[in-house]
Design a protein around this ligand. Structure first.
Ligand code: GLP
Length: 241
């Protein structure tokens, strides 16, 4: 695990964006994995900038997002599909039809998850996956539990996550209780992983992820076993290392 401490959130985003720009330069038809939440916003802004400047070309890339709220449609304000369209996909030269987000409105979550997993495999697997981290160490929506979940699956969100994500809704009661998420196996099969974390409130979680035991009780700790992970931290998030 390579840890890069950046002086601030914008620098962190610029560096992480460069990783994705280099990836598509190396392999124009890369399969990229993307994440939602506030952490990747500066990364996405810098990716858009690199694209505007002609430095990054996503025209042949395809993407798979980590997760989506169960029961939420693509046009709903808080859906992850809308988040991705607004913050990245309409701001870079990617073809929208090559972007994939789980269908939160499916009436058969098990089939939706199986098909998503199969689509990733059929695309050749994810070349580079972007991750944030939740306060409880979740990645995607893989919450602390007794065993690492392998494939894309339906998850029930824990109170800490509902509370953390309530800021995007009018109240915590509006946050969907369930989500569809890539599994830990899906994430670990990505050839390369880029994580972005900012803020002092994540410093203890980062410390446990890096130095703590590998345990499904802190799902991100499994990244210690991945051969190619780069973690970009701002100074606040790195303050307990
Ligand atoms: C959600 C997402 C995660 C994200 C996490 C942290 O739970 N499913 O992928 O990493 O939030 O979000 P933030 O970056 O806003 O702290």
């Amino acid at each position: 695990m390579e840890i890069i401490v950046c002086k601030d959130y914008q620098t962190l985003g610029a560096k992480a964006a460069t990783m994705f720009a280099s990836q598509v330069l190396k392999k124009p038809d890369s399969v990229l994995g993307f994440a939602t939440g506030s952490s990747p916003l500066s990364t996405y802004a810098h990716m858009a900038k690199l694209c505007d400047e002609g430095v990054a070309d996503f025209s042949r890339a395809s993407t798979y997002n980590l997760d989506e709220y169960y029961g939420m449609g693509p046009t709903q304000e808080q859906s992850y599909r809308k988040f991705m369209n607004d913050n990245l996909f309409t701001r870079i030269n990617i073809k929208l039809e090559n972007t994939h987000v789980l269908n939160g409105l499916t009436d058969d979550p098990e089939r939706e998850c199986a098909e998503y997993e199969a689509a990733i495999n059929a695309a050749g697997g994810i070349d580079m996956q972007l991750l944030g981290i939740g306060h409880d160490g979740h990645i995607g929506f893989n919450e602390p539990c007794d065993e690492f979940p392998n494939n894309t699956h339906l998850v029930t969100l824990v109170p800490m996550t509902l509370q953390a994500n309530a800021r995007f809704f009018n109240s915590v009661d509006e946050v969907p209780r369930q989500a569809l998420s890539m599994g830990i196996g899906t994430i670990m099969r990505a050839r390369e992983i880029v994580m972005v974390v900012n803020g002092a409130d994540k410093a203890e979680t980062v410390r446990k992820m890096v130095y703590g035991p590998v345990t499904p009780q802190l799902p991100a700790s499994i990244l210690q076993f991945h051969p190619r992970v780069t973690v970009f931290l701002d100074e606040a998030a790195a303050s307990r290392l």
